[in-house]
Design a protein around this ligand. Structure first.
Ligand SMILES: Nc1ncnc2c1ncn2[C@@H]1O[C@H](COP(=O)(O)OP(=O)(O)OP(=O)(O)O)[C@@H](O)[C@H]1O
Ligand SMILES: [Mg+2]
Length: 415
């Protein structure tokens, strides 16, 4: 079977003689051929015959070959048109090729050349069609891919939102459970003491000396428990309503106050150094609780270095561009990696019941954020912990002159 079998050739020529001869020749060569007598008829055949190639006379009454080439390009862009010319009209044929014709053939061409030219035109069309299909596939894949990416992104966003919501609920549950637990312990002690007192006093008569001492002890314990409940409630209130960031605090003053407070809180065997860089001294930060927070951080460090050989704690404050930075470093037990992300959760504590509310770091973090800054923790188990607070700061204008004088004196460890 000829390779051209089923290939379709449309002949457009106004000469019945040429049409007849070409149809016969094309059929002999194994093509399916159809003839049209003018441009209009040829163009409508494009729509129903779907030729692989068009042979079109250049010089026709009505629509010229050039016009057919232009119209065919519009309607069937991948269908090649070969122009048929007489021997001395090759100049027009070249013009037609500029307009988009695939090539030209001189009328009366022998079979081998005709077959070769038709074959080239058909292969060219196949390539164009293949290319068009590839581009379509490409466009479809891109659309599918974009749709898949969009769907996956939507799913991920939903998952992330759901996870964030679940995390919030779980954090809230931990918060509430922690608060309830912390309040419950002293409350249970108060209820038990009050019950015992009621029982003792209900017996009537003056209590003996031993019972009187027990009553005093119970009252003292009850007062302590009530105080503890008060402190927890205060911490909860602070957590819910952090102090307004508009209240300012000077870094140098805060460090001076911290030094005084640390004298009571840091045992003598712990080496403590507190330094403030001269450039940080006169910085004002919108962090009214800075001293309180630093005292809490130092207390955490004191607990962490408790059973360590050569325990050391250092507090440093310095300026970094527009930021005031304060860090508390210790060579204590360090924080296990698996709980590092939870130590700032409200009520998270590893301390024995009654030794920590677990609110210290969460309040410190919340207050830092309320002041437009942040709190970060680096810790290595068995090596130590560094807690850094970064706060946006402004230099107090009036104090700037004094500050530069103080700068000269500052620098050496102050404690
Ligand atoms: N410097 C540190 N070294 C090792 N562990 C630390 C340090 N600071 C905090 N932690 C860990 O983080 C937990 C939470 O600290 P946080 O200050 O919030 O609460 P707390 O000290 O347990 O109780 P509170 O401060 O309310 O009395 C601590 O129980 C401890 O396990
Ligand atoms: Mg603490």
């Amino acid at each position: 079977m000829s390779p051209e079998f089923d290939r379709r050739v449309l002949v457009i020529d106004d000469s019945p003689l040429v049409r007849g001869a070409l149809l016969q020749k094309l059929e002999e060569l194994g093509f399916l051929a159809l003839a049209a007598a003018d441009g209009q008829e040829g163009l409508s055949a494009l729509g129903h015959f779907h030729p692989d190639v068009v042979l079109c006379d250049l010089d026709m009454p009505g629509m010229t070959g050039l016009e057919v080439v232009a119209a065919a390009r519009e309607r069937a862009p991948t269908t090649p048109v070969l122009i048929l010319t007489v021997a001395d009209a090759s100049e027009f044929a070249v013009k037609a090729m500029r307009e988009g014709a695939f090539g030209y053939l001189v009328k009366g061409v022998d079979d081998a050349v005709l077959r070769h030219e038709l074959g080239s035109a058909i292969r060219h069309r196949q390539l164009l069609e293949h290319n068009r299909r590839l581009e379509e596939d490409n466009r479809r894949y891109r659309r599918d891919l974009e749709r898949m990416v969009e769907e996956k992104t939507r799913e991920l966003i939903k998952l992330r939102d759901r996870k964030a919501h679940a995390e919030k609920l779980s954090a809230l549950a931990t918060f509430v459970a922690g608060a309830a637990h912390e309040l419950n312990n002293p409350l249970a002690a108060i209820i038990s003491n009050l019950g015992w007192l009621e029982q003792v006093l209900g017996q009537g008569g003056a209590p003996d000396a031993a019972t009187a001492s027990e009553i005093r002890q119970a009252l003292e314990e009850t007062t302590q428990c009530a105080g503890r409940i008060g402190r927890i409630v205060e911490a909860l209130q602070r957590y819910a309503h952090p102090a307004a960031a508009s209240e300012e605090c000077e870094v140098g003053m805060a460090i001076e106050e911290l030094k005084i407070l640390c004298r009571e809180r840091v045992p003598a065997n712990v080496s403590l150094s507190i330094e403030v860089d001269g450039a940080a001294r006169n910085l004002e930060v919108g962090f009214p609780d800075l001293v309180l927070v630093l005292t809490n951080l130092v207390t955490n460090s004191v607990h962490a270095v408790e059973s360590r050989p050569s325990p050391r704690i250092s507090v440093k404050a310095w300026r970094e561009g527009e930021w005031a930075k304060v860090e508390v470093v210790d060579n204590g037990c360090g924080i296990p990696r698996e709980i590092l992300s939870r130590v700032c959760d409200p009520f998270f504590t590893t301390k024995r019941p009654g030794h920590g509310t677990g609110m210290g770091l969460s309040l410190a973090q919340q207050a830092s954020q309320a002041a437009g800054g942040e709190l970060s923790i680096e810790s290595e188990l068995g090596v130590g912990t560094t807690v850094t607070i970064s706060l946006p700061a402004e230099e107090e204008v009036a104090a700037a002159a004094i500050g530069s004088e103080m700068e000269l004196r500052a620098g050496a460890p102050l404690c």
